[in-house]
Design a protein around this ligand. Structure first.
Ligand code: SAM
Length: 233
């Protein structure tokens, strides 16, 4: 599916931040923050509302979709936003970022090995990478199709079924695994309806909808695999 067609499927601003990410951000010093494959900026928006990304932080955001990047610019005009493939982050200097985040992106990227190298390249020595992706157990099934396989999303080029591939790429680029967690994916049932009726990113400003959103359907066999990697000094 073309990236701009995919961008018609809006990411809602629903204050979803992985608790593991909040804990990690709270336990280290950082000023520059880079969201790679930021989508419509749901994570950036949530971190801004929580005052974790305040005015003393330098925020960078990149996504392959121009449409999504325009939505991110509307969150905060001070964010430095780029339309860029995650496996070729030319706009960002080597060793310049304290904290890099990439959530649910690497499974979309044609060259995941090159993306791993780029994430490692832009990190400062001593910097942190929070990476999350899909982890699929052998019994996992979802109804989308990509490249002849059943997938959780129609644009997933791969879904990781073990740790070896990503561990190898990260370690090859000198990163060290600090910790990791896996959480069963749950999908807010109301999102299905909201996406079909074509509402905007801000729909969850309504308190009632935020309550309804707590009704979540577990997706059997699919995990949100979250990792914290460190670049040694
Ligand atoms: C599932 S969304 C995740 C968005 C966001 N990180 C989040 O967690 O809400 C995947 C994002 O990856 C972007 N994407 C897909 N292929 C990409 C690529 N090769 N380089 C950079 N971004 C890409 C899509 O445009 C989309 O915004």
């Amino acid at each position: 599916m073309d990236i701009e067609t995919y961008a018609q499927s809006i990411h809602f601003y629903a204050d979803d931040v992985p608790p593991f990410l909040i804990r990690t951000l709270g336990t280290r010093q950082w000023t520059s923050f880079f969201d790679v494959g930021c989508g419509d900026g749901s994570l950036l928006n949530a971190l801004k509302i929580r005052k974790i990304l305040n005015s003393d932080k330098k925020v960078f955001a990149a996504d392959l979709s121009q449409t999504r990047i325009e939505r991110v610019k509307a969150i905060d005009s001070s964010y430095q936003c780029f339309v860029s493939p995650a496996d070729d982050l030319k706009a960002i200097e080597t060793g310049s970022i304290d904290f890099v985040v990439s959530t649910q992106v690497i499974e979309h990227v044609p060259d995941d090995e090159k993306m791993a190298a780029e994430l490692a390249r832009v990190l400062k020595p001593g910097g942190t990478l929070f990476l999350s992706t899909v982890y699929k157990k052998w019994y996992g099934w979802y109804f989308y199709r990509c490249n002849g396989k059943w997938t959780l999303d129609p644009t997933h080029l791969r879904e990781y079924a073990d740790e070896t591939r990503l561990y190898e790429f990260m370690k090859k680029n000198g990163l060290q695994l600090e910790s990791q967690e896996k959480h069963l994916f749950k999908f807010p049932a109301v999102d299905f309806v909201l996406k079909r009726i074509g509402v905007g990113t801000d729909v969850y400003k309504h308190r009632l909808l935020r309550r309804v959103r707590k009704l979540q359907v577990p997706i059997v066999g699919y995990y949100d695999w979250q990792m914290v990697w460190k670049k040694p000094r």
